[in-house]
Write a protein that binds this ligand. Sequence first.
Ligand SMILES: Nc1nc2c(ncn2[C@@H]2O[C@H](COP(=O)(O)OP(=O)(O)OP(=O)(O)O)[C@@H](O)[C@H]2O)c(=O)[nH]1
Ligand SMILES: [Mg+2]
Length: 265
Amino acid sequence: MDTHSIIHGVETMFLIFIVGTAGSGKSLLTSTFSEWLRMSKQDVTILNLDPGVMTLPYTPDLDVRDYVSISDLMEKHQLGPNGALIMATDLIAGHVETLSNKLQDIDSDVVLVDTPGQIELFAFRACGPYITMELTKEPKAIVYLFDSVFSLNPANYISNLFLSAAVFNRLVIPQAHVLSKCDLLPPEKIDAIVEWSKNPETLEMIIEQELKGTKRLLSRDMMYAIYSLDLHFLLIPVSAKSNKGLIDLNMVLERIFTGGEKFTY
Ligand SMILES: Nc1nc2c(ncn2[C@@H]2O[C@H](COP(=O)(O)OP(=O)(O)OP(=O)(O)O)[C@@H](O)[C@H]2O)c(=O)[nH]1
Ligand SMILES: [Mg+2]
Protein backbone atom coordinates (compact mmCIF):
# COMPACT_ATOMS: atom_id res chain seq x y z
CA MET A 1 0.00 0.00 0.00
CA ASP A 2 1.05 3.53 -0.54
CA THR A 3 -0.56 5.99 1.82
CA HIS A 4 2.49 8.20 1.40
CA SER A 5 1.51 9.65 -1.91
CA ILE A 6 2.55 12.68 -3.80
CA ILE A 7 -0.06 15.35 -4.27
CA HIS A 8 0.76 18.23 -6.62
CA GLY A 9 4.37 17.09 -6.61
CA VAL A 10 4.79 17.69 -2.88
CA GLU A 11 5.43 14.84 -0.51
CA THR A 12 2.64 14.83 1.98
CA MET A 13 2.05 13.70 5.52
CA PHE A 14 -1.47 12.45 6.31
CA LEU A 15 -3.24 12.93 9.62
CA ILE A 16 -5.87 10.40 10.64
CA PHE A 17 -8.01 11.21 13.71
CA ILE A 18 -9.61 8.18 15.36
CA VAL A 19 -12.94 9.32 16.82
CA GLY A 20 -15.80 7.50 18.54
CA THR A 21 -17.91 7.17 21.66
CA ALA A 22 -16.29 6.10 24.95
CA GLY A 23 -14.90 2.59 24.78
CA SER A 24 -15.61 2.15 21.04
CA GLY A 25 -12.05 0.92 20.46
CA LYS A 26 -10.16 4.07 19.43
CA SER A 27 -6.95 3.39 21.32
CA LEU A 28 -6.66 -0.27 20.39
CA LEU A 29 -7.34 0.53 16.73
CA THR A 30 -4.67 3.25 16.89
CA SER A 31 -2.28 0.63 18.19
CA THR A 32 -3.18 -2.16 15.76
CA PHE A 33 -3.43 0.06 12.69
CA SER A 34 -0.08 1.70 13.48
CA GLU A 35 1.57 -1.73 13.64
CA TRP A 36 -0.14 -2.80 10.43
CA LEU A 37 1.00 0.37 8.64
CA ARG A 38 4.53 -0.08 9.94
CA MET A 39 4.55 -3.62 8.58
CA SER A 40 3.54 -2.10 5.24
CA LYS A 41 6.71 -0.01 5.46
CA GLN A 42 4.92 3.19 6.40
CA ASP A 43 6.48 5.69 8.71
CA VAL A 44 3.88 6.24 11.45
CA THR A 45 3.72 8.75 14.28
CA ILE A 46 1.15 8.31 17.04
CA LEU A 47 -0.19 11.35 18.84
CA ASN A 48 -2.27 10.77 21.98
CA LEU A 49 -4.76 13.61 22.50
CA ASP A 50 -6.52 12.00 25.47
CA PRO A 51 -5.34 13.86 28.59
CA GLY A 52 -7.29 11.59 30.94
CA VAL A 53 -6.11 8.16 29.83
CA MET A 54 -4.24 6.07 32.40
CA THR A 55 -2.78 3.31 30.23
CA LEU A 56 -2.49 3.01 26.47
CA PRO A 57 -2.05 -0.11 24.32
CA TYR A 58 0.78 1.64 22.38
CA THR A 59 3.69 3.95 23.10
CA PRO A 60 2.77 7.40 21.80
CA ASP A 61 5.44 9.39 19.99
CA LEU A 62 3.72 12.59 21.11
CA ASP A 63 1.48 12.72 24.15
CA VAL A 64 -0.69 15.60 25.44
CA ARG A 65 -0.21 14.23 28.94
CA ASP A 66 3.30 15.69 28.72
CA TYR A 67 1.70 19.14 28.39
CA VAL A 68 -1.42 19.00 30.58
CA SER A 69 -1.87 17.06 33.79
CA ILE A 70 -5.32 16.16 35.08
CA SER A 71 -4.08 15.67 38.64
CA ASP A 72 -2.31 19.06 38.67
CA LEU A 73 -5.47 20.76 37.39
CA MET A 74 -7.61 19.03 40.01
CA GLU A 75 -5.30 20.18 42.75
CA LYS A 76 -4.62 23.69 41.51
CA HIS A 77 -8.21 24.60 40.57
CA GLN A 78 -10.08 22.44 43.08
CA LEU A 79 -11.77 20.55 40.27
CA GLY A 80 -13.31 17.10 40.15
CA PRO A 81 -12.10 14.63 37.49
CA ASN A 82 -14.70 15.71 34.90
CA GLY A 83 -14.08 19.42 35.35
CA ALA A 84 -10.34 18.81 35.10
CA LEU A 85 -10.84 16.77 31.94
CA ILE A 86 -12.81 19.58 30.31
CA MET A 87 -10.18 22.13 31.32
CA ALA A 88 -7.37 19.87 30.13
CA THR A 89 -9.01 19.37 26.74
CA ASP A 90 -9.42 23.12 26.35
CA LEU A 91 -5.80 23.69 27.37
CA ILE A 92 -4.56 21.34 24.65
CA ALA A 93 -5.47 24.06 22.13
CA GLY A 94 -2.62 26.16 23.56
CA HIS A 95 -0.09 23.46 22.66
CA VAL A 96 -1.22 22.86 19.09
CA GLU A 97 1.54 24.98 17.58
CA THR A 98 4.24 23.07 19.47
CA LEU A 99 2.67 19.74 18.50
CA SER A 100 2.42 20.86 14.86
CA ASN A 101 6.08 21.84 14.79
CA LYS A 102 7.05 18.49 16.28
CA LEU A 103 4.96 16.63 13.71
CA GLN A 104 6.56 18.64 10.89
CA ASP A 105 10.01 17.85 12.29
CA ILE A 106 9.27 14.13 12.53
CA ASP A 107 7.75 14.28 9.03
CA SER A 108 6.35 10.75 8.92
CA ASP A 109 4.05 9.37 6.21
CA VAL A 110 1.06 8.96 8.48
CA VAL A 111 0.08 10.48 11.83
CA LEU A 112 -2.51 8.54 13.82
CA VAL A 113 -4.25 10.73 16.38
CA ASP A 114 -6.02 8.99 19.27
CA THR A 115 -8.75 11.31 20.55
CA PRO A 116 -10.23 11.67 24.07
CA GLY A 117 -12.50 8.95 25.44
CA GLN A 118 -15.48 11.28 25.67
CA ILE A 119 -16.38 12.24 22.13
CA GLU A 120 -18.21 15.39 23.25
CA LEU A 121 -15.02 16.80 24.74
CA PHE A 122 -13.28 16.56 21.44
CA ALA A 123 -15.99 17.15 18.85
CA PHE A 124 -18.42 19.46 20.60
CA ARG A 125 -16.20 21.89 22.45
CA ALA A 126 -14.34 24.59 20.58
CA CYS A 127 -11.03 22.77 20.95
CA GLY A 128 -11.85 19.85 18.61
CA PRO A 129 -12.50 21.88 15.46
CA TYR A 130 -9.59 24.16 16.40
CA ILE A 131 -7.16 21.28 16.88
CA THR A 132 -8.25 19.45 13.74
CA MET A 133 -7.89 22.64 11.74
CA GLU A 134 -4.64 23.92 13.21
CA LEU A 135 -2.67 20.72 13.77
CA THR A 136 -0.48 21.23 10.69
CA LYS A 137 -1.94 22.12 7.31
CA GLU A 138 -1.49 18.60 5.99
CA PRO A 139 -4.40 16.54 4.59
CA LYS A 140 -6.64 15.01 7.24
CA ALA A 141 -9.31 12.37 7.64
CA ILE A 142 -11.54 11.19 10.46
CA VAL A 143 -12.08 7.51 11.20
CA TYR A 144 -15.38 7.34 13.08
CA LEU A 145 -16.01 4.14 15.05
CA PHE A 146 -19.38 2.42 15.43
CA ASP A 147 -19.07 -0.18 18.18
CA SER A 148 -20.50 -3.45 16.74
CA VAL A 149 -22.18 -4.70 19.89
CA PHE A 150 -23.77 -1.31 20.58
CA SER A 151 -24.85 -0.89 16.94
CA LEU A 152 -26.73 -4.18 16.80
CA ASN A 153 -29.80 -2.44 18.21
CA PRO A 154 -31.22 -0.34 15.32
CA ALA A 155 -32.14 2.54 17.67
CA ASN A 156 -28.52 2.67 18.89
CA TYR A 157 -27.28 2.44 15.32
CA ILE A 158 -29.39 5.45 14.32
CA SER A 159 -28.22 7.46 17.34
CA ASN A 160 -24.67 6.75 16.25
CA LEU A 161 -25.46 7.84 12.68
CA PHE A 162 -26.63 11.16 14.13
CA LEU A 163 -23.54 11.50 16.25
CA SER A 164 -21.27 10.80 13.32
CA ALA A 165 -23.18 13.31 11.15
CA ALA A 166 -22.80 15.83 13.98
CA VAL A 167 -19.04 15.19 14.08
CA PHE A 168 -18.84 15.71 10.33
CA ASN A 169 -20.85 18.92 10.67
CA ARG A 170 -18.42 20.18 13.33
CA LEU A 171 -15.13 19.16 11.82
CA VAL A 172 -15.93 19.05 8.07
CA ILE A 173 -13.12 16.65 7.32
CA PRO A 174 -13.54 13.58 5.06
CA GLN A 175 -14.82 10.79 7.25
CA ALA A 176 -14.46 7.00 7.02
CA HIS A 177 -16.79 4.81 9.11
CA VAL A 178 -15.66 1.70 10.89
CA LEU A 179 -17.77 -1.02 12.50
CA SER A 180 -15.31 -1.70 15.32
CA LYS A 181 -14.78 -4.91 17.34
CA CYS A 182 -16.35 -6.94 14.51
CA ASP A 183 -14.88 -10.12 16.05
CA LEU A 184 -17.45 -9.82 18.86
CA LEU A 185 -20.50 -10.57 16.67
CA PRO A 186 -21.24 -13.51 14.36
CA PRO A 187 -20.49 -12.68 10.70
CA GLU A 188 -24.18 -12.66 9.72
CA LYS A 189 -24.91 -9.94 12.28
CA ILE A 190 -21.97 -7.89 11.03
CA ASP A 191 -23.21 -8.34 7.45
CA ALA A 192 -26.68 -7.17 8.50
CA ILE A 193 -25.35 -3.94 10.06
CA VAL A 194 -23.14 -3.28 7.03
CA GLU A 195 -26.21 -3.79 4.85
CA TRP A 196 -28.11 -1.14 6.87
CA SER A 197 -25.26 1.24 6.15
CA LYS A 198 -25.46 0.48 2.41
CA ASN A 199 -29.15 0.22 1.90
CA PRO A 200 -31.63 2.38 3.88
CA GLU A 201 -34.49 0.05 2.94
CA THR A 202 -33.01 -2.78 5.01
CA LEU A 203 -32.65 -0.38 7.93
CA GLU A 204 -36.26 0.71 7.55
CA MET A 205 -37.32 -2.93 7.54
CA ILE A 206 -35.46 -3.75 10.76
CA ILE A 207 -36.88 -0.62 12.43
CA GLU A 208 -40.39 -1.86 11.57
CA GLN A 209 -39.58 -5.34 12.87
CA GLU A 210 -37.70 -4.58 16.06
CA LEU A 211 -38.92 -1.23 17.35
CA LYS A 212 -42.32 -0.26 18.61
CA GLY A 213 -44.36 2.91 19.27
CA THR A 214 -42.59 6.24 19.61
CA LYS A 215 -39.16 4.66 19.26
CA ARG A 216 -40.14 3.21 15.89
CA LEU A 217 -41.61 6.49 14.61
CA LEU A 218 -38.69 8.57 15.83
CA SER A 219 -36.07 6.16 14.53
CA ARG A 220 -37.71 6.11 11.12
CA ASP A 221 -37.92 9.89 10.91
CA MET A 222 -34.34 10.27 12.15
CA MET A 223 -33.25 7.82 9.48
CA TYR A 224 -35.05 9.81 6.76
CA ALA A 225 -33.47 13.00 8.07
CA ILE A 226 -29.99 11.53 7.88
CA TYR A 227 -30.45 10.10 4.41
CA SER A 228 -31.91 13.38 3.15
CA LEU A 229 -28.55 14.97 3.98
CA ASP A 230 -27.02 12.83 1.25
CA LEU A 231 -24.16 11.77 3.51
CA HIS A 232 -22.80 8.26 3.24
CA PHE A 233 -21.95 6.07 6.17
CA LEU A 234 -20.70 2.90 4.56
CA LEU A 235 -19.36 0.82 7.43
CA ILE A 236 -16.07 -1.04 7.18
CA PRO A 237 -16.03 -3.99 9.62
CA VAL A 238 -12.72 -3.95 11.49
CA SER A 239 -11.29 -5.90 14.39
CA ALA A 240 -8.35 -4.43 16.26
CA LYS A 241 -7.91 -7.88 17.83
CA SER A 242 -7.76 -10.01 14.66
CA ASN A 243 -6.69 -7.27 12.18
CA LYS A 244 -9.73 -8.06 10.04
CA GLY A 245 -10.69 -5.19 7.76
CA LEU A 246 -7.54 -3.10 8.16
CA ILE A 247 -6.80 -3.52 4.47
CA ASP A 248 -10.28 -2.20 3.60
CA LEU A 249 -9.93 0.71 5.99
CA ASN A 250 -6.61 1.54 4.42
CA MET A 251 -8.13 1.46 0.93
CA VAL A 252 -10.86 3.92 1.90
CA LEU A 253 -8.31 6.24 3.51
CA GLU A 254 -6.16 6.04 0.41
CA ARG A 255 -9.16 7.01 -1.71
CA ILE A 256 -9.80 9.97 0.57
CA PHE A 257 -6.21 11.15 0.49
CA THR A 258 -5.31 10.51 -3.12
CA GLY A 259 -8.72 11.26 -4.62
CA GLY A 260 -9.18 14.42 -2.60
CA GLU A 261 -12.73 13.31 -1.79
CA LYS A 262 -14.60 15.81 0.31
CA PHE A 263 -17.49 13.60 1.35
CA THR A 264 -18.22 11.05 4.01
CA TYR A 265 -17.96 7.37 3.16
N1 LIG B 1 -12.90 -8.05 21.03
C1 LIG B 1 -12.46 -6.82 20.76
N2 LIG B 1 -12.26 -5.95 21.77
C2 LIG B 1 -11.81 -4.72 21.46
C3 LIG B 1 -11.52 -4.32 20.13
N3 LIG B 1 -11.09 -3.04 20.15
C4 LIG B 1 -11.10 -2.67 21.45
N4 LIG B 1 -11.53 -3.66 22.23
C5 LIG B 1 -11.66 -3.64 23.70
O1 LIG B 1 -12.62 -2.65 24.06
C6 LIG B 1 -12.19 -1.94 25.22
C7 LIG B 1 -12.08 -0.47 24.90
O2 LIG B 1 -11.07 -0.31 23.92
P1 LIG B 1 -10.23 1.03 23.78
O3 LIG B 1 -9.35 0.87 22.61
O4 LIG B 1 -9.62 1.42 25.07
O5 LIG B 1 -11.43 2.03 23.45
P2 LIG B 1 -11.37 3.61 23.44
O6 LIG B 1 -12.42 4.08 22.48
O7 LIG B 1 -10.00 4.09 23.24
O8 LIG B 1 -11.83 3.90 24.94
P3 LIG B 1 -11.81 5.33 25.69
O9 LIG B 1 -10.61 6.08 25.20
O10 LIG B 1 -11.76 4.99 27.12
O11 LIG B 1 -13.10 5.97 25.27
C8 LIG B 1 -10.87 -2.59 25.64
O12 LIG B 1 -11.13 -3.56 26.61
C9 LIG B 1 -10.36 -3.22 24.35
O13 LIG B 1 -9.54 -4.34 24.58
C10 LIG B 1 -11.73 -5.28 19.09
O14 LIG B 1 -11.52 -5.04 17.89
N5 LIG B 1 -12.20 -6.50 19.46
MG1 LIG C 1 -8.87 5.51 24.32
